[in-house]
Design a protein around this ligand. Sequence first.
Ligand code: FAD
Ligand code: ZN
Length: 229
Amino acid sequence: PGRNVLIVYAHQEPKSMNGSLKDIVVDVMSKQGCNVVVSDLYTMKFNAAATRNDITGDLCNPQHFSYGIETKEAFKKGCLCEDILEEQRKVHDADLVILQFPLYWFSFPAIMKGWIDRVFVQGFAFDFPGCYETGLLKGKKALLSFTTGGTEEMFSKEGASGDIRYLLWPIQHGIMHFCGFQVLSPQISYAPEYVSEVKRKEMLMNWAQRLENIWEEPPIDCTPPWYFQ
Ligand code: FAD
Ligand code: ZN
């Protein structure tokens, strides 16, 4: 009750499988009484490039630009640009962050990487110390929901692409866990373009059903064995 969900959504087509998976979260979680916010990155034309323009006002060192140092200082001084601040407010308010995306080159689409690069600023999302168990976004949950082109067999240990968990390591551990999130099991909808309509409906129904009890789910043990054993 009264819980906040942020969906960071990266697909160009509302009628896509990703669009449908996103719509289900909005439907189910809203019915639960949650407050659901969607960052629809392509519709927002979210700027993915980490540049000097992300800092308003003077730089600490204009002679040698360091994006990390300048954004950290700008965050402290309240001098980050407005689109970053807006996304940081959404993350700050969220109890659960769901990343919804199609798998692009064993990772997420560039626009979503840009969202991470620009929004998860040092001092806001992490610090030193202040990472992993003490990450600044601790107490929040994160969940990756994504679609693939490849089949589940291809993404098995013996399959051509290897275990899907290998490619979750940089995102779930290197980004979400690093920033303090508790990571929930990923929701993987395999090869929606190649399966039957019945199978697609089944994948969407599974997601809807899972969301009913999502707040009770324990996080995964986000350590190397989960990924590589
Ligand atoms: P869509 O084609 O939009 O949807 C699939 C089908 O679902 C459509 O027929 C649609 O009508 C139907 N559908 C939508 N909603 C519903 C509904 N409510 N009920 C029933 N049916 C519905 N794949 C990999 O495996 N590994 C990679 O490394 C990889 N890299 C890629 C890199 C790039 C640059 C690109 C463009 C693709 C890559 N892919 C890769 C493939 C990509 O992951 C898939 O094309 C994508 O995940 C499919 O999801 P979609 O939402 O785009 O599918
Ligand atoms: Zn981890």
